[in-house]
Design a protein around this ligand. Structure first.
Ligand SMILES: *Cc1c(COP(=O)(O)O)cnc(C)c1O
Length: 432
């Protein structure tokens, strides 16, 4: 089986041959590689080529691929049946794990994706505040629910139609756009929409326009503005949750949110999302309160088995975070050294084990500066790396994810191939 023959079959029966746009390689050109299996820090394509993987399923595989404890937990659960549509002990264990690890979360509701978590959190925030408008940030991605497909990052950004067809003006009207890291732009929106803002939602570390860290006091400033104006602060921690530390961005930056959304890591590779918050807010959710939200497969036992195994590992072995941060730091330092030695216009952003290399000389602090990156150069770099057995995100505006399965040897090899690739690009006149 070859990737090239699969993509032809795929394209005739699926839009673009994929079930999620970024996988199509539209942002970097060329034909997508089809993956057969993965183990540890490596993935293998259908032609058995090996790659060191920095996509990590877009974040969930923080322990590496095919982690033994997760795999065993799932296999055991499968023997008991796939789905019951009735309460299970695993859902209780999962909820106890999340509420014990994340600050300020008394109650949690499991759903099936990050998109669903955000959609439900926004409904809840509107119900709790009895207000309608939401402030989001240019370049932040919150899944594909209608009201959030306005100035979204990630695939929406890469494919350059941030405002999706099919999203009507009514949905967009209640979404106000501020600039990331610009507290004044938020203050202005609050002033112009007095008493109408239900919530401010953001990625506490933006990781869908590349990686953009929050400036000092940006998150605390948002907290204060929300408090002054009776609005809720929603941290979309679908990427940062359990990625930066066991308590996520709230613990990492010592700022509390009112509602937190999760996805990716909490499913251990299975399709899972969740949203949680203080008791008084969560008690508004059905069946206790009037905010309707349900799911046939929500809290699915197989998904819970994977998530419980992963979160337990992260809770009990906090040194995992020291290790993945150190690996990512080595990558950061390596890229920065190369930029200097080869005199390349590169900007490297990193927060913990999230990393991004931008092809610009500008400091990347928001969506505007992120867009200054030369995406053609990123595309070339991506192809060089892929040919050299390194799997990076097939689009500039995504994060590199480091997992606990990455070894120092992997990092060294990655940097060696990166240097070779960048040198070839420079010699070919790409940076002229
Ligand atoms: C991936 C992502 C989502 C959407 O999650 P899905 O599971 O893909 O629906 C939402 N918010 C952020 C910050 C994400 O990175």
């Amino acid at each position: 089986m070859m990737s090239s023959s699969l993509i032809d079959r795929a394209r005739s029966v699926m839009p673009g041959g994929v079930n999620s746009p970024v996988r199509s390689y539209r942002a970097v050109g060329g034909e997508p590689v089809f993956i057969k299996r993965a183990n540890g820090s490596k993935i293998y394509d259908v032609e058995d080529r090996e790659y060191i993987d920095y996509v990590c399923s877009w974040g969930p595989m923080i322990l590496g691929h095919n982690n033994k404890k997760i795999a065993e937990s799932v296999k055991k659960a499968v023997d008991y049946g796939l789905s019951f549509g009735a309460p299970t002990e695993k859902e209780v264990i999962m909820a106890e794990l999340i509420t014990s690890m994340v600050p300020g979360i008394d109650m949690i509701r499991m759903v099936n994706s990050g998109t669903e978590a955000v959609m439900s959190a926004l409904r809840l925030a509107r119900a709790f505040t009895e207000k309608s408008k939401i402030i989001k940030f240019d370049g932040c991605y919150h899944g594909h629910c209608d009201s959030m497909l306005v100035k979204a990052g990630s695939g929406a950004l890469t494919l350059s139609h941030p405002d999706s067809l099919g999203v009507t003006g009514e949905f967009a009207r209640n979404t106000l756009i501020a600039d990331y890291n610009d507290i004044e732009s938020v203050r202005r929106l609050f002033a112009e929409n007095k008493g109408e803002i239900a919530a401010v939602i953001l990625e506490p570390v933006a990781a869908n326009m590349g990686v953009v860290p929050p400036r000092d006091n940006f998150l605390a400033g948002l907290r204060a503005l929300c408090d002054e104006n009776g609005a809720l602060l929603i941290f979309d921690e679908v990427i940062t949750g359990f990625r930066l530390c066991p308590g996520g961005a709230q613990e990492y930056f010592d700022v509390r949110a009112d509602i937190v959304t999760f996805g990716k890591i909490i499913g251990g590779g299975m399709p899972v999302g969740a949203y949680g918050g203080r008791k008084e807010i969560m008690e508004l959710v059905s069946p206790l309160g009037g905010v309707y939200q349900a799911g046939t497969l929500s809290g699915n036992p197989i998904a819970m088995a994977a998530g419980i195994a992963q979160l337990t590992e992260l809770k009990e072995n906090k040194d995992i975070y020291l290790r993945i941060d150190r690996m990512a730091e080595s990558l950061e330092k390596g890229f920065k050294r190369m930029a200097k030695e080869l005199e390349l216009t590169l900007t490297v952003n990193r927060v913990g084990s999230l990393l991004c290399v931008f092809f610009t000389k500008e400091a990347v602090t928001d969506f505007k500066t992120a867009k200054s990156s030369n995406t053609k150069l990123y595309a070339k770099f991506f192809k060089h790396m892929l040919d050299n057995g390194i799997h990076m995100a097939p689009a500039q505006f995504e994060a590199m994810f480091v997992s606990d399965a990455h070894t120092e040897e992997d990092i060294e090899k990655t940097l060696e191939k990166a240097e070779k690739s960048l040198r070839e690009m420079k010699n070919g006149g790409d940076f002229a």
